[in-house]
Design a protein around this ligand. Sequence first.
Ligand SMILES: [Zn+2]
Length: 193
Amino acid sequence: MFREGPRVLGQLGNTYIVCEVKDGFMLVDQHAAHERVVYEGLREGYSASRVEVQEFLVPYNLELSGKEAGVVAKRADQFQRLGIQLEHFGGNTFLMRSAPALLGNAEWDTLIADLVGEMESGPVDDQAVLDKALTVMACHGAIRAGKRMSVDEMGELLEQLNRMNLPTNCPHGRPIFKHFTYGELERMFKRVV
Ligand SMILES: [Zn+2]
C-alpha cells in the first residue's frame, strides 16, 4: 500500500497518524497499531523461549492483595517465562526484578494486577490464557492515545506494521487503520458520479 515506505503527513489529536499511501491516505490509531506490534514481538519471544528483558537496577516494590500474592506465588515460574521476575520479599510484598524490554516504562502495579486477573484462570501453557496475558502486556506496553509522537516515531511504527503486512486489527479486535482512496474522495467531492 505504501509507495516506497510510509510517508507520514502528521498526527491528529495526538491519537491518529495521517499517512499518504499510493491510492489515497490512511488514518492509523497509534495505540491499536503499537499494541499489535508489541503483542507480536512478545509472542515471538515467548514461543522461542527468549523474551528480551530489561533488568531493573533497583527492583520495583509490589504491594499485592492476599489473593494476588497467592496467584503470584503459585505462578512465579510462568511470570518468569513472560519475562517478569518476581521474588517474594515477605508478607504480600514482592520484588519485581525484570520486565519484557518491549514494555518500556509501563505502570507495573496495574500491569501485574491485570495479569494476575488473567493468570488465576489457568497456566500460561494454556493457549487462551497465554493470549490474554500477552494482550494485557501489549496494552500496557503500547503508546497511549493522547501521546504526542515525532514524525520519526510515527514512521518507525508504520514501518513495523508494514513489515507485518499491515495487520487490520489490534489484539482486542479493534481496527488499526482506515484507508481512504482517491476514488472515495472524488465521489465525496462530486468530481465523479
Ligand atoms: Zn489497549
